[in-house]
Write a new protein. Structure first.
Length: 76
């Protein structure tokens, strides 16, 4: 089972990089399969590069730092 507090802590480390570009990310949920649901905010919300940001930024870092994370998905 993935530690939701640990996920939130790692997102806090990522947040300044997103905010520097006018965006942000909020943790919505972490399920039993290790899927992290996030809400993209600000400039990230409608950005065509948001999928790349999630896959190559947020997801990669969470998988490296939080045992059990399998993927990161956006919610609307």
């Amino acid at each position: 089972m993935v530690d939701k507090e640990q996920v939130a802590s790692v997102l806090e480390l990522i947040r300044p990089s997103l905010q520097a570009d006018g965006g942000d990310v909020a943790l919505v949920d972490v399920n039993d399969e290790g899927v992290v649901s996030v809400e993209l905010q600000g400039a990230c919300k409608g950005c065509p590069m948001s999928q790349m940001t999630l896959a190559h930024g947020v997801e990669r870092i969470l998988k490296e730092r939080v045992p059990g994370v399998t993927s990161v998905v956006p919610v609307q």
